[in-house]
Design a protein around this ligand. Structure first.
Ligand code: PMP
Length: 797
């Protein structure tokens, strides 16, 4: 805005830093320093003397400088500028140097080129009719015109954001000693405007601006020094962006406010100054942000301050205009400013809520692709297009984003995710995200080429397992891993029968669905699968009170083997936590005894760690570990890539000899470098962030809280599990232990309404399933307990 009317006047009590003594912006007030007033004839003479150029001159608008378009005889056009004497030479030099820098690093950006005078210098100085000395410069002429913002299309708004980012990029490596130029319009100086707030008329308006300043001091000031900073244009308003008839940016002009400041301020100023006064300002801002971030992604800190910086620019506009209007009541420039638009935009931000706008801008910075569909319509479309695809809750939760243990819906409402073992290290963990993105950029192919990641992953995995488990297969899902494990087991043993617990889940494929009684249709019972009762010490045939109860359940393996008859037992598949069974979490003796008996029967013990693995149990990476057994095959999946599809099985290599040579064990995407990068990052995060320990600590705190709730609520019959895999069994009454699945459903629905996501499990569906990401913190566990306490109090029945 330097080219116009916005400099301060000396004598006000606004205090700037020490450099201001050198580059005093107060002295630059255009109203204190009259613009040049050369006659056309005098200007023509200066042009000829200084630049050896003749042509016809057309005066152009310019409040502070005198500008002419020069039409030379050969048809070339130039901009001839006689600057205000208040512009100091360091500032002119910085502008010249910046334009040259841009020309060098981004030649296609439409900025003016400085043309040398006859002396070879980029400017000359001439004496004016009033005896003052004026710097004079000649530039190439940029086509286009100043366009009202009402005419901007979505595409044009996007292009403006993109241009702002490209200009920031072009200036990234630019430095000049005058870049510490302080100017009131620099949004980062907002708090210095406090003394001027009294000039804002209307108590409500003044209070609004004060709120912006307060929020700025709270949220922006502490973070500003840590943001990326460089020389920025600092005034990318529509006055300074010339557009062609088809709304392309044809000129970026007026580098007079250029200063060293946080990079994100350029975008904030563009949003505020380009979009103010538009009915759709907030939504249009998201478009501009998308344009900007398509060139320069913003850091999280920058993204979360953007709305406050926009508000700061609007507040600056309102305050300075009010102040100036008081100083110069007769000056039309102040009444004709963009200030009504600024007030309107600020009202819109307030009406939507600054936090909501902050969240919207932050999400726009992330460039989230799927966030605009209305939930109701989306649900209809989903039910039509994916009729058999299950959804949780009566009112399904529509999610667009996750962070740590939190999930967010399109309106920015957050839900505490207490159910998700996929995002084991927390939603959107930056290390995993970076690993995936970088690897995807570098190389994403199948595993039939030599690549380090799959080898490193295999070595890392075997390093966490008993030494005999030395052969790794990386696949894409738990089902696929179990399916392959089943094939290996049959080949290795020559047997064809399987043993599983009576409500187990091991997968979706035909082979693994057969191993998943939870999914059997009514009356379905594959002949090659025998079940053993889940080791339920609460309501089953053997209870925890009995000595050796878990081993008694394990002894059922022999009964199952009899049932399988001649087929023989190829394998028993066990989820060590018995999650689908209702998170039975049997003691180590169960697995020990089951493994012993299965081996005696000539079968393999396959530990399905898809649910309980990756540190969830709070003691080791793999939940079979405390039992001391050495499984023949370990299967892992779900959390393995923190949301990126990857699964694996690790077997004893001698088992593989029985798989026919001509059968290739290969899956196209299995072990691709991106999946392996994700899996490796997950393992590193679990280790580096001490997540197993966290699962133990937060898990035992949570468990103790649940036991406490059990004391107060007879609806809770049992609390069990270890680490961050906990089950809360709901019963009609503690004596009968009759399952209360209806109540479990009510509780999960009510918890969802309170912003907490839980699931249910178990044969009767009466067990609350608590299985949050392992980054779950004590406060979050506390919140879960409080809300569950409240919900139980009202569902007391
Ligand atoms: N095993 C267990 C214990 C599981 O819980 C699951 C998934 N719930 C699977 C296997 C199947 O994994 P996926 O859905 O990745 O195929």
């Amino acid at each position: 805005m330097s080219g116009h009317s916005r400099r301060q006047r000396s004598g006000e009590q606004i205090v700037f830093g020490p450099m201001v003594q050198r580059l005093d912006p107060l002295a630059n007030d255009p109203l204190a320093s009259a613009p040049p007033a050369f006659s056309d004839e005098a200007a023509r003479q200066v042009l000829q003397d200084g630049f050896g150029l003749t042509g016809s001159l057309t005066a152009l608008a310019g409040e502070r400088d005198q500008n002419f378009r020069v039409d030379a005889a050969d048809g070339q056009r130039f901009l001839f500028k006689i600057s205000n004497p208040a512009d100091t030479l360091p500032i002119l030099d910085m502008q010249t140097a910046a334009l040259r820098h841009i020309e060098q690093v981004a030649p296609d950006l439409p900025v003016m080129r400085t043309l040398p005078g006859v002396s070879g210098e980029p400017w000359t100085k001439v004496s004016g009719p009033d005896g003052r000395t004026y710097p004079v410069r000649l530039f190439t002429f940029l086509p286009g015109r100043v366009t009202p913002n009402a005419l901007l299309t979505t595409e044009a708004i996007r292009a403006l954001g993109l241009t702002s980012a490209r200009l920031g990029r072009a200036l990234r490596g630019f430095f000049h000693p005058a870049a510490d130029y302080e100017i009131l319009w620099d949004v980062t100086h907002l708090p210095k405007l406090r003394p001027l707030l009294a000039h804002v008329s209307g108590a409500a308006r003044r209070a609004q601006v004060e709120r912006v300043v307060d929020r700025f001091e709270d949220r922006v000031v502490p973070v500003l020094p840590s943001l990326r900073a460089q020389v920025i244009h600092a005034d990318l308003s529509l006055d300074n962006l010339l557009l062609s008839d088809d709304l392309q940016v044809s000129g970026i002009i007026d580098f007079g406010d250029m200063t060293h400041a946080a990079l994100v301020c350029d975008l904030a100023v563009s949003i505020a100054d380009v979009l103010h006064g538009r009915d759709d300002a907030v939504a249009a801002a998201e478009v501009m942000i998308a344009g900007y971030t398509s060139v320069t992604p913003l850091d999280d800190e920058e993204a979360s301050l953007l709305a406050d910086l926009v508000a700061a620019r609007l507040a600056t506009e309102i305050t300075v205009t009010a102040w100036r209007r008081g100083l110069y009541p007769g000056n039309a420039a102040y009444s004709a400013s963009g200030e009504p638009g600024a007030r309107d935009f600020l009202d819109r931000i307030e009406a939507a809520g600054p936090d909501t706008v902050t969240a919207r801008f932050r999400e726009a910075c992330r460039g989230l692709p799927y966030r605009s569909a209305a939930s109701g319509l989306l649900l209809e479309r989903r039910r039509r297009a994916l009729p058999r695809s299950p959804l949780f809750y009566d009112r399904p939760v529509h999610l667009v984003r996750g962070e740590g243990a939190w999930l967010f819906d399109p309106a920015g409402r957050r839900y505490l995710d207490c159910y998700n073992n996929v995002a084991v290290v927390g939603h959107g963990h930056p290390r995993v995200v970076r690993a995936v993105a970088e690897q995807q950029r570098l190389l994403a192919t199948h595993s039939r080429y030599l690549h380090e990641a799959i080898v490193e992953l295999a070595e890392r995995l075997t390093g966490t397992l008993p030494p005999a488990l030395d052969a790794v297969f990386v696949v894409n899902s738990g089902s696929e891993a179990n399916d392959l494990a089943w094939r290996i087991a049959r080949a290795a043993t020559g047997h064809s029968g399987a043993v599983v617990t009576s409500f187990a889940y091991h997968g979706l494929t035909e082979a693994t669905q057969a191993l998943s009684p939870e999914e059997w249709a009514a009356g379905e019972r594959p002949a090659h699968v025998a079940t053993v009762p889940g080791p339920d010490g609460y309501r089953g045939a053997y209870r925890r009170e009995q000595e050796g109860w878990a081993e008694m359940y394990a002894a059922q393996v022999d009964v199952a083997a009899v049932e399988l008859g001649d087929r023989g037992v190829a394998a028993m598949f066990v989820d060590p936590a018995c999650t689908a069974e209702g998170i039975l979490a049997p003691p180590p003796g169960y697995l020990r005894e089951a493994a012993r008996r299965i081996r005696d029967l000539g079968g393999l013990l396959i530990a399905d760690e898809v649910q309980a693995g990756h540190g969830r149990s709070g003691s080791h990476l793999w939940s079979f570990h405390p039992s001391g057994i050495k499984p023949d095959i370990v299967v892992m999946g779900k959390p393995m890539g923190n949301g990126f599809p990857v699964a694996a099985l690790v077997a004893r290599s001698e088992l593989l000899g029985a798989v026919p040579e001509e059968t290739e064990l290969f899956s196209t995407y299995g072990g691709n470098p991106v999946a392996c990068a994700a899996a490796l990052a997950v393992l590193s995060v679990i280790e580096d962030e001490g997540l197993i320990q966290n699962a133990a600590e937060v898990g035992s705190y949570l468990r103790a809280g649940l036991v406490e709730l059990q004391r107060r609520h007879p609806l809770i019959g049992d609390v069990r599990g270890t680490g961050l895999l906990l089950g809360v069994e709901l019963v009609e009454d503690p004596q009968s232990r009759r399952p209360a699945p209806g109540r479990a459903r009510e509780v999960t629905e009510a918890m969802r309404d309170h912003g907490i996501l839980l699931g249910t499990t178990g044969p009767a569906g009466n067990v609350l399933k608590i299985r949050p990401p392992l980054v779950f913190r004590h406060e979050q566990a506390g919140l879960l307990l409080n809300v569950l306490g409240e919900v139980l109090a009202v569902t007391r029945g």
